[in-house]
Each structure stands twice: as structure tokens, then as C-alpha cells.
Design a protein around this ligand. Structure first.
Ligand code: FES
Length: 101
């Protein structure tokens, strides 16, 4: 049963940045895209590269290992439509960010 866990304060992740957080034993990449927060599996589906360390341009993250790209808002691969990263619901209450995983 998924539970909602406080993972960060909004001040910790500036727009265009990401942070790796842990929820229920899962490593999750938490992104700030223009003030909206999104959560993806931190492990790139290609070979496990850390997406929280990827380069962010707009709503696309590029994996720092081999360059696969994903839409941060949907988890869909932008270069290979068959690749996909799991997404997790995010909610912001006051200045705190919660992820359900
Ligand atoms: S591990 Fe991400 S592109 Fe290879």
C-alpha cells in the first residue's frame, strides 16, 4: 500500500534542479520544473544511471551516463518512445513536498 512521505522542502530544490530522495526503500529523483515538482524513478531504465544527476532542460532530463532523455512530467522517453521511467504522485503542502510511493 503506497504511503505519502515528506521528502523535502520546496526551498531545497530550485527550478531546473533535482534531488535524489528515498521513499520506502525506493530511490526517487525529485525535479522542480518551473515551480512544479515531479517524481521519477532515479534509476534510468537503460543501465541504471542516476536521473537526479542528469542535465535538465525545460521538462526534459538527459541521463548523465549515455544520454537517454525523458519527459520529467510523464516519464516517457523522448528519443525512444518505448523507454519509460516510473512516475510517482507528488503533492506540496505549505513549504513541504510529499511523494507517494
Ligand atoms: S544509464 Fe541512462 S542512458 Fe545509459
Amino acid at each position: 500500500m503506497p504511503s505519502s512521505v515528506k521528502v523535502a522542502s520546496i526551498s531545497e530544490i530550485a527550478p531546473g534542479c533535482a534531488k535524489m530522495v528515498s521513499v520506502g526503500g525506493n530511490e526517487i529523483a525529485l525535479f522542480n520544473v518551473d515551480g512544479q515538482f515531479f517524481a521519477l524513478d532515479n534509476a534510468c531504465p537503460h543501465a541504471g544511471g542516476p536521473l537526479a544527476d542528469g542535465e535538465i532542460q525545460g521538462s526534459v532530463v538527459t541521463c548523465c551516463w549515455h544520454g537517454w532523455q525523458f519527459d520529467i512530467k510523464t516519464g516517457a522517453g523522448t528519443l525512444n518512445p518505448r523507454s519509460r521511467v516510473s512516475t510517482y504522485p507528488v503533492k506540496v503542502e505549505g513549504s513541504e513536498i510529499y511523494v507517494e510511493a
